[in-house]
Design a protein around this ligand. Structure first.
Ligand SMILES: Cc1cc2nc3c(=O)[nH]c(=O)nc-3n(C[C@H](O)[C@H](O)[C@H](O)COP(=O)(O)O)c2cc1C
Length: 182
């Protein structure tokens, strides 16, 4: 059975991470279905060997569509190996409190939905200055300044550690292989 890679995104970076992870899983010999959690019509958990979820934090919250999906499907998800990639800028911050807050988002998600992923990876996201409107650009520049991040709004800045992501994807593949033997 294939692996379901499901993402939520506002500015596209979590989709990029999800697609990168999906390609990696395919290179490891798995068949993969990638879907946007907002779009109806993706197949249902229970038909998959494993489910990888990828979602960003915006203003301290994961997108509502992901929260709803996890609430609705948590029982089916518990039957297979699952993993969550939590995408934040906080995890990349120079400020230890910001990093600790970022590390705490999956536990908050679990309290909200009852869903506990078997594995969690924290991926640093991106500052998409070129895509933000004026006010968002100013807000994000200010936040970036307070966290010791880049201030050049003339380009996007990406902080994702792709090698660390690949290592995490390998762990997921190992989980799925082990579950298949059980
Ligand atoms: C309006 C806005 C609010 C954000 N709020 C947070 C936040 O509360 N904590 C955090 O760590 N990152 C925050 N971020 C950073 C995003 O998680 C990061 O930009 C991520 O790459 C967005 O992923 P997406 O492109 O899939 O939407 C915020 C970004 C934006 C644009």
């Amino acid at each position: 059975m294939p692996i379901l890679v499901l993402y939520a995104t506002v500015e596209g970076h979590s989709r990029k991470i999800a697609e990168h992870a999906a390609n990696q899983l395919e290179e490891l010999g798995h068949s993969v279905i990638v879907g946007d959690v907002r779009e109806p019509g993706f197949a249902i958990p229970g038909r998959f060997d494993g489910v990888l979820l990828c979602a960003p934090i915006h203003m301290g919250r994961y997108p509502d569509a992901m929260v709803r999906f996890l609430r609705d499907w948590k029982d089916a998800l518990e039957a297979v190996p699952t993993a969550l990639i939590s995408v934040t800028l906080g995890i990349h911050s120079e400020n230890a409190e910001e990093r600790a807050e970022a590390e705490g988002f999956p536990a908050k998600l679990e309290r909200k939905t009852g869903f506990r992923p078997r594995r969690i990876h924290h991926a640093a996201g991106a500052l998409k200055f070129l895509e933000y409107d004026f006010f968002k650009r100013m807000l994000m520049r200010q936040i970036s300044a307070s966290e010791g991040g880049p201030l050049d709004t003339g380009k996007d800045h990406e902080f994702t550690d792709w090698a660390a992501l690949d290592a995490f994807v390998q762990e997921i593949a190992d989980d799925i292989a082990l579950a298949g033997k059980g």
